[in-house]
Design a protein around this ligand. Structure first.
Ligand code: HEC
Length: 155
């Protein structure tokens, strides 16, 4: 029996912290991130093209918080909508929830969690979201955003 299977330890782990513990493995990882059903109300504040077109979206109040130097509110989603040949191919979503950082022992993206959704808005269970966090953790000074400047400049 491996140590991780001891009942006492197993009970103490949430799904997300278990996934973080074994984050080196390519493991499916559902977490707390939900698909933003009000995405049609979001602002499309910038576009990045790398083969696929990435339309980057956030709610107006989150953009205003960033412009005012405030933390984006709990419940905020920031989204990349990927287009391939004009069709939506997938979505990357980051969402901030109160206390969510506690799911990950290293807390490296504060209360933000990350998820990959398929075009039909279901979770891509082939993705290990520890990779998303590892890369975005380098942007801690900019609320974990790579497009912080574009969000700040958006009118
Ligand atoms: C190797 C680094 C890296 C990894 C891994 C990564 N990202 Fe990003 N992410 C970026 C960069 C760079 C951008 C800016 C857009 C661009 O250049 O494509 C970005 C932009 C974003 C944005 C738009 C907000 C922002 O930060 O500007 C979201 C949402 C996002 N990523 C989610 C994810 C999710 C979800 C995953 C994992 C499935 C992920 N990212 C994995 C580097 C990364």
């Amino acid at each position: 029996m491996t140590p991780i299977m001891k009942p006492s330890k197993k009970l103490a782990l949430t799904g997300a912290s278990l996934a973080a513990l074994i984050g080196g493995m390519a493991l499916a990882e559902p977490n707390r991130v939900t698909f933003p059903e009000n995405i049609q109300d979001f602002e499309h504040y910038t576009t990045v093209t790398r083969g696929e077109v990435e339309q980057i979206l956030a709610p107006r109040e989150a953009i205003e918080a960033v412009q005012n130097g405030q933390p984006m509110p709990y419940g905020t989603h920031v989204v990349i909508r990927f287009l391939r040949d004009g069709e939506i191919s997938r979505y990357f979503v980051m969402e901030r929830g109160e206390g969510w950082g506690a799911d990950y022992p290293d807390g490296r993206t504060e209360d933000w969690q990350f998820q990959w959704f398929n075009a039909d808005r279901t979770v891509n269970l082939d993705e290990n979201t520890a990779r998303c966090q590892a890369c975005h953790s380098g942007r801690a000074d900019d609320q974990f955003l790579f497009t912080h400047d574009a969000m700040t400049a958006f009118e």
